[in-house]
Design a protein around this ligand. Structure first.
Ligand SMILES: Nc1ncnc2c1ncn2[C@@H]1O[C@H](COP(=O)(O)O)[C@@H](O)[C@H]1OP(=O)(O)O
Ligand SMILES: [Mg+2]
Length: 423
């Protein structure tokens, strides 16, 4: 059965943001920054060693004003999180447009890391520090650290990141902040928190689905807040995902607008809005109760999930439709608004899931009325630090389908284990 591919790269790239940012441009912008009158930094940033207060530019803010409904839990944090990922998404889209010039690094695990990965992390961290209500200590659990950038030979990429971040900040106009190169390195290392069961921790994947990003396909900027071990809010910026729905299974879109921002706060439901700014709409998972009519999402990359196992699960459920393969937590967003009924993720043996790959996506789905568990039906536990400790894989669907999905999953795993057992 052929899988549906949801890439939409060329469409998305043409529809993307106004900035013409190139990674290597803009020597004049620093000068421009110094010409404007100084603006006062919030108290909690004044002690920050790596930024200097640069002048505000008298220009309109391009990001929409985020409403903060009084009485809603975590309203200010949610507004800050949305603004953070929207700004990071602008940087990422601009780099994706220029991907061939942007340069790519390799992590020790060989996964690609781009200039945009670091730039996105810095911008999210900056916006959270500027906009979220100050707490006792700022804690960010994020994917990237500065180790590779501090090595000999990384000077050019560091220069590129510094210019890109500063240009994005100037272009946005919200902040009068200028990063030095040392400041960039320090800002990246803001994301070194270990998380854990107590206190508040922001959790970030600055570019989830780097392979999709490099291919020009789907990716997400995924940000969540963990409070006392529980995910309490999540936002997912999906710059290349159609706003309406992914449409039918051969990947065509139901509408022209591209760029979706999913959000959810605990107890308040889930919403989607346009990344460019539109009123948020409540979303809910699909109401299918017969798995024969279901479709399922899985990784685009076969190396990220066992497609033989997912196909056996689908067969047991009687699923007729081909798998819908999408990169990143965009899958959680699409599931949450009912584009499909099931999400199956079964990494190959030995892979350890990180909390930033599921925190935002899982609350978007659960607040949309869905269920997210491991292969044994246990809730995901985000209180154990940077990794999830779970059984075999992650599955998500609506409440009606979960019992039969869990049964099919367990049968398929048992059969797979028997087939591979030496006896
Ligand atoms: N070998 C692997 N198995 C499973 N997931 C992986 C593997 N390598 C990287 N990932 C992570 O899987 C996520 C993407 O999953 P999917 O393919 O379903 O979109 C990314 O977070 C990616 O990490 P990274 O963010 O470092 O690229
Ligand atoms: Mg990721």
């Amino acid at each position: 059965m052929a899988a549906a591919r949801v890439g939409l790269a060329s469409h998305a790239l043409h529809a993307s943001s106004s900035s013409s940012t190139l990674v290597r441009r803009l020597p004049h912008s620093r000068l421009a920054l110094l010409l404007y009158p100084p603006r006062i930094l919030p108290t909690y940033l004044r002690s920050c060693p790596y930024v200097s207060a640069a002048p505000a530019r008298p220009r309109p803010r391009r990001l929409r004003a985020m409403s903060q409904s009084a009485g809603t839990p975590y309203a200010a944090e949610l507004a800050a999180a949305k603004k953070a990922v929207a700004l990071a998404a602008r940087l990422c889209q601009s780099v994706q447009q220029n991907i061939l010039q942007a340069g790519v690094q390799s992590k020790p695990d060989k996964s690609p890391v781009t200039v945009a990965d670091y730039g996105s992390q810095i911008l999210v961290s900056l916006v959270l520090k500027m906009e979220a209500p100050p707490s006792d200590s700022f804690s960010l659990v994020a994917e990237e650290d500065s180790e590779e950038l501090r090595k000999d030979g990384a000077e050019e990429i560091l220069e590129n990141i510094t210019e890109l971040v500063n240009e994005t900040i100037v272009d946005d106009g919200s902040y009068s902040i200028f990063f030095s190169k040392e400041g960039i390195l320090a800002a990246i290392d803001d994301g070194k928190s270990e998380g854990g069961p107590s206190g508040r921790h922001w959790v970030l994947d600055p570019i989830d689905g780097t392979k999709g990003f490099l291919r020009g396909d789907q990716y997400a900027i995924a940000l969540a807040l963990i409070d006392e071990g529980k995910v309490v809010l999540g936002v997912l910026a999906c710059p290349n995902l159609p706003l309406g729905s992914i449409g039918n299974l051969n990947g065509s879109s139901s509408g022209d607008q591209v760029g979706a921002l999913f959000s959810a706060t605990i107890g308040c439901g889930a919403e989607v809005e346009s990344l460019q700014g539109s009123p948020p709409q409540k979303i809910s998972v699909c109401s299918i109760d017969n798995s024969v009519n279901a479709s399922f999402f899985e990784s685009y990359e076969a190396a990220h999930s066992m497609q033989d196992l997912t196909s056996s699960i689908a067969e047991k459920l009687g699923v007729q439709a081909p798998p819908v393969r999408i990169d990143s937590q965009a899958k959680y967003g699409a599931l949450a608004r009912g584009d499909g009924a099931i999400y199956l993720r079964f990494p190959h043996t030995g892979y350890r899931e990180k909390i930033w790959d599921h925190a935002a996506g899982s609350i978007v789905v659960t607040e949309a009325g869905g269920v997210v568990t491991d292969a044994s039906g246990n809730d995901l536990d985000f209180s154990k630090g940077r990794f999830l400790d779970l059984d075999t894989g992650i599955i998500a669907t609506n409440k009606q389908l979960m019992p039969s999905l869990l049964k099919a999953v367990q049968e398929a795993i048992k059969e797979k284990n028997q087939a591979t057992s030496p006896l």
